[in-house]
Design a protein around this ligand. Structure first.
Ligand SMILES: [Zn+2]
Ligand SMILES: [Zn+2]
Ligand SMILES: [Zn+2]
Length: 294
């Protein structure tokens, strides 16, 4: 919604002081009767627009360019409500919005996150996670599937004992293919759990914004998985890249300290590694001990 000139009704851009269509000044002295609304900050000037975010009346001095049109100066200062291409996927198309967001996050994370609206629906963030999981795993999974199919095809079925294997071959290949298809969904579910754990830690660090903000930050940090379209090589680097990026997105979207952001990004994964490692050690110890008894 563009503000319009009070004299000729031509739309004008925030920052203008005179109308480009009729040349009339956009800053008009409020009339004494008080029939016209006046600026909330400068009661001496007539209001030319209402802020779409907070609904306040604003004079031409107080208007700033926001993504949704002209907004008031204090809203502009508080939160610029910027978008990533993923937020514009209806106009751009889902795939284009996805890779544009990924490249923005990989090449210019600071600029991409500056002034970004920290909040987005959880479903929107999960959609992004699903696409990055597909990008990350699909090509590698397909290569594995073909590999397994080929290797199994090369195993000769000479004697009778190999007949069992022969009948299992299609199932093994199909299993690998199924895993490839299901993996992105499984990994998206895991991301929801991981973001929940991260959010608990961020909360302990004094973060006040809601879970949907953590989820959005977590989703954007998955951008490096797009390099997984190159099988193998990139996939194994992507998790570390994503974890590093997560500290950056948590800090930016939660407006918190580096300490809290880093704890949010790394504490849960490191702890779960320790728990898993500890559990593994206990199982190993128990196995060795029972083996020693025989
Ligand atoms: Zn005008
Ligand atoms: Zn406002
Ligand atoms: Zn004003």
């Amino acid at each position: 919604m563009k503000p319009t000139c009070p004299s000729c009704r031509a739309p004008f851009a925030p920052g203008a002081e005179t109308c480009r269509a009729c040349g009339a000044p956009l800053l008009l002295t409020a009339d004494a009767g008080g029939a016209e609304p006046v600026c909330a900050v400068h009661p001496q000037w007539r209001s030319v627009a209402t802020c779409p975010r907070c609904g306040v009346f604003a004079c031409a001095h107080c208007l700033r360019a926001g993504r949704e049109g002209a907004i008031c100066a204090s809203c502009h200062e508080r939160e610029p409500l910027g978008q990533v291409p993923w937020d514009q996927r209806e106009e751009l198309g889902t795939l284009k919005a996805f890779w544009k967001t990924c490249f923005g996050m990989l090449l210019r994370p600071t600029e991409t996150l500056r002034g970004l609206n920290p909040d987005a629906p959880v479903s929107s963030s999960l959609g992004f996670v699903l696409l990055s999981a597909i990008a990350g795993f699909l090509s590698t999974g397909l290569v594995y599937t073909v590999f397994i199919g080929l290797i199994l095809g090369l195993v000769p079925a000479k004697d009778a004992s190999a007949e069992d294997l022969e009948s299992m071959k299609p199932w093994l290949t199909a299993g690998m293919a199924l895993w490839t298809v299901l993996m992105p969904f499984f990994s998206t579910g895991m991301t929801l759990v991981n973001a929940g754990l991260d959010h608990l830690i961020l909360r302990m660090g004094g973060v006040e914004r809601g879970f949907s903000v953590t989820m959005r930050a977590h989703a954007l940090s998955q951008s490096p998985y797009i390099v997984g379209v190159i099988p193998f090589v990139a996939l194994y680097a992507a998790p570390f890249w994503a974890a590093g990026l997560r500290a950056v997105t948590y800090r930016a979207l939660h407006k918190t300290s580096w300490g809290t952001a880093i704890a949010g990004a790394f504490l849960a994964p490191v702890l779960s590694c320790c728990v898993c490692g500890g559990g593994y050690a206990v199982i190993m110890f128990a196995t060795l001990k029972s083996a020693g008894q025989f």
